[in-house]
Ligand binder design. Structure first.
Ligand SMILES: [Zn+2]
Ligand SMILES: [Zn+2]
Length: 91
């Protein structure tokens, strides 16, 4: 699979690690101004589809869980990449 943010290419697991290490800021985690709840948001750079999901964690727990949240978000994002943007290389 190819990283949608740069030219890095790797199998799914390695790409997941790469996303977390090099592109963690692509998943924005913040407290929603209106609801006061934590949400995460990210946009696919290939088709501009974006996702915003509320989180059950308390805002106070943000720093503690932000990496975990990104791990889950990138996992979902990788499924999107495979579904919508996969090349015919069988990976
Ligand atoms: Zn990359
Ligand atoms: Zn996309």
């Amino acid at each position: 699979m190819r990283c949608p943010f740069c030219d890095f290419q790797a199998h799914r697991m390695d790409l997941h690690t790469h996303l977390l290490e090099d592109h963690e800021q692509e998943v924005r985690v913040f407290i929603h101004k209106v609801t006061g709840k934590m949400v995460y948001e990210y946009t696919c750079p290939l088709c501009n589809e974006s996702w915003r999901k509320p989180l059950k964690k308390r805002p106070a727990a943000l720093q503690e869980y932000v990496r975990e949240i990104r791990m889950v978000a990138f996992d979902v994002f990788l499924y999107h990449l495979m579904d919508r943007h996969s090349e015919d290389d069988g990976e």
